[in-house]
Design a protein around this ligand. Sequence first.
Ligand SMILES: Cc1cc2nc3c(=O)[nH]c(=O)nc-3n(C[C@H](O)[C@H](O)[C@H](O)COP(=O)(O)OP(=O)(O)OC[C@H]3O[C@@H](n4cnc5c(N)ncnc54)[C@H](O)[C@@H]3O)c2cc1C
Length: 394
Amino acid sequence: MKLTEEEEMLRSTIREFVKKEVEPQASLFDEEERFNQPLFRQLGALGLLGATVPERYGGSDLSPLAIVLAHEELSSSDPALCLSYLAHALLCVNNIVVNGGEDQKERYLPKLCSGEWIGAMAMSEPEAGTDVLGMKTTATSVDEGFRLNGRKMWITNGVLDDERTPCDLLFLYARAPHEDDRGRVQLSSFLVERGTSGFYVGQRIKGKLGMRASYTAELCFDDCLVPRTSLVGKEGDAMLHMMRNLEIERLGLAAMSLGIARRALEVMIRYAEERSAFGKSLHQFGQIQQYIGESYAEYRAARSYVYEVARNLQLDAAGNRIDSDGVKLFAAPVGKRIADRAIQVLGGYGYVAEYVVERLWRDAKLLEIGGGTLEAHQKNITKDLIKRPELLLE
Ligand SMILES: Cc1cc2nc3c(=O)[nH]c(=O)nc-3n(C[C@H](O)[C@H](O)[C@H](O)COP(=O)(O)OP(=O)(O)OC[C@H]3O[C@@H](n4cnc5c(N)ncnc54)[C@H](O)[C@@H]3O)c2cc1C
């Protein structure tokens, strides 16, 4: 797909940044399970932290395709750093851009765009992930505002260090304590600042399979009182907020898989050229050619789908859920599969950290779970096609 001049420039700037700043630290921070906060904040100077934010709030108002390119490039080196970036820029910041009120935008967006503040989004809970309506965290309306009670689980950027410092700002989903007159669960969205009494980090979740340089937390709310101004939109609006934010979130996650796929392919090709066995380079063996050839075709197919959906995406509209599920359903296993093949081509060397592909393989798995599991995407796509079979003809 042809990129605009602006998109080309952005991609080459990020490629340069990745080579100079991201790549040299990626393996170490993975090994030590540490979040590179200073490096993350540098993404602000590149204009990436407010990628979807209008310029008047300090953002760079990039096209959806430019945002996809940013995720692909960062992930080709350090998917964990990119996950923290996605949680900030798409799960939290973009949610405020599309759903927040004017006061909230003015108050929070400039700090989030510059990197002064780090944001997160909390939907999942210890006992409810895919089943969003099963969430138990409650927001009870009281005279002074809302009283929040409950726990959130698996929150990227929820914690910023080992001293259990929570993120600066949390985009939180919670339910009303009772169903409405028609028996429906009412979900609302809130912006919760660090330092609000009753909001704290339960634990930093360690020992993750992958994405180890991105911090993940359990967050707790014990009679946490937030002012009425922290409510996003109106009470009961949260499902709409989720729908509006979904497409760019899932595109970002799919783009991360593209970065993993491309990098794994690069490593695989180089190794197949350099390594010999039985007097021949590995790339002369048919089975190795199958790994390389299929990986290339799958990478390009995933990239075409992701780029096409990005090119047609309107960030300010609720849009077309079927393809945001579709791109992630297709691209996530492609990244994991290509990383897996790269390990196979490298043999024993593929199994150790030095050659990067084992880290990419571990990181790739998350993309089949986070932001919607593969099964959730299958369920949503089927539901949409049953309801609107004409989508096939568009
Ligand atoms: C590293 C990491 C970072 C994360 N970051 C965030 C974050 O920043 N914010 C946030 O809110 N969440 C975050 N999550 C949570 C993530 O989005 C959830 O893990 C995911 O949505 C799945 O929910 P679950 O873990 O509760 O699994 P469950 O929903 O319990 O699913 C378990 C299994 O059952 C299957 N299943 C469930 N329902 C159905 C169904 N109807 N049909 C068929 N199969 C079904 C699932 O597909 C899955 O295979 C993160 C998770 C991880 C691991």
